[in-house]
Ligand binder design. Structure first.
Ligand code: TXA
Ligand code: MG
Length: 360
């Protein structure tokens, strides 16, 4: 199978005209259309794109990522007019939601058009569809002229990529082109909403929250709160796999840090490098506590995030990757409240942490 001598990283300039990067971008779009894989930025995470109508290209996605065959893919479109090419019997509710939240981080589960290879949906008669908002994603898809399947552009089991270098680290020589659009604004994967049942249900929480969907539809939306047992078949199969996790052990800290909590001892007693991911709104007591900790533990890497849950979400996967690069044995990550985007952030954090939560 293809291994590329070189993976070309394209950094598009403002006008993708006749500049070198503009021409490379056109080549990448043509390669995508022709059946090759191209990684590209979206507002959520980087995607690994393939022509959704070519069964071989879709198969190649599973191979390159090492993705389990039972985990279906999301079809990405650049224009609402193309929806009928991939889905049938689209309800008024679905259209209403797309009109409100697209382009943006919302994926809807619809009925699959027979022209879409069943491999896209891992044999299901449904298909997941989203309209990414990132201008480079939209441009690539419209230039390719075909619907594009795109899972997150990481190797299966690794955190989703939110910077071009994350993609390069996982997929160098495995794909011909990576389009570099800088850091992803949202930083967590799209909300996946299933409209096929009696009640709308969130299969994966994201930046379009249950509250936002409820407000638009005026009906209750089932949340994604209940974890599945191993024996159960989840509706979004992707959610059952270990995900988002760095090599370092992930420990969840509470929303409110207190001075006398046991985790300070735990951190101080850890061997080797450890990483800390904390909300920048720290009290002076906690600041001085951190200062003391740095004295006894010089290998401490502290990273502060701004803007609450939104900032935490935007930085989490990059933090995981950098702490792994730095050789951390453990990372301690602060919780955010579950409201709004906090729900998606906590969902990813719990998946990464294998249940280690420390009391405040
Ligand atoms: O933000 C995103 O959605 C990113 C960017 C690249 O667009 N893509 C992404 O794709 O996160 P992936 O493949 O990593 O996750 C797709 C999720 C999985 O949990 C999968 O099980 C679920 O969507 N899914 C896809 N098709 C489905 C279907 N027909 N029925 C139920 N769940 C589906
Ligand atoms: Mg993924």
């Amino acid at each position: 199978m293809t291994d590329y001598e070189q993976t070309v990283v394209i950094r598009p300039s403002d006008e993708c005209g006749d500049t070198e990067s503009g021409l490379l971008f056109q080549k990448a779009a043509a390669a995508l259309r022709g059946g090759e894989l191209v990684a590209f930025p979206t507002e959520t995470v980087y995607g690994l794109g393939a022509n959704a109508f070519l069964d071989d290209a879709v198969a190649e996605i599973y191979r390159v990522k090492g993705r389990p065959q039972d985990n279906p893919l999301i079809v990405h479109l650049s224009a609402l007019e193309d929806l009928h090419r991939v889905a049938v019997g689209v309800s008024g509710t679905a259209l209403k939601l797309f009109q409100k939240f697209s382009p943006g981080p919302l994926t809807l589960i619809l009925r699959r058009h027979p022209h879409v290879p069943s491999r896209v949906s891992a044999g299901r008669d449904t298909v997941a569809v989203r309209f990414p908002a990132h201008p480079l994603a939209r441009k690539l898809i419209s230039m390719a002229g075909v619907p594009v399947v795109a899972p997150s552009a990481n190797l299966s089991g690794k955190p989703s990529p939110t910077r071009a270098w994350h993609v390069l680290a996982d997929l160098e020589h495995k794909v011909p082109y990576i389009i570099d659009g800088g850091p992803c604004r949202v930083g967590l994967e799209s909300t996946v909403l299933d409209l096929s049942g009696e009640q709308a249900a969130i299969l994966r929480p994201g930046a379009v929250t249950a509250e936002m969907i409820e407000k638009e539809l005026g009906v209750h939306v089932l949340g994604a709160g209940i974890p599945l047992k191993d024996s159960e078949t989840p509706k979004a199969p992707g959610m059952k796999y270990r995900h988002y996790a760095p090599r370092a052990k992930v420990v969840i800290l509470p929303v409110e840090l207190t001075e006398n909590a046991p985790f300070w001892e735990q951190m101080a007693g850890r061997e080797g490098k450890i990483g800390l991911f904390l909300n920048s709104q720290l009290s002076s007591e906690i600041r001085s506590k951190l200062f003391q900790l740095q004295i006894v533990h010089p290998d401490l890497l502290i990273e502060l995030f701004d803007h609450g849950a939104e900032g935490a979400a935007a930085g989490l996967f990059d933090f995981f990757r950098r702490m792994d690069e730095a050789g951390c044995s453990a990372v301690f990550v602060q919780s955010e409240r579950e409201s709004g985007e906090g729900a998606a952030y906590m969902n990813r954090l719990r998946k990464a942490a294998s249940d280690e939560t420390l009391p405040g």
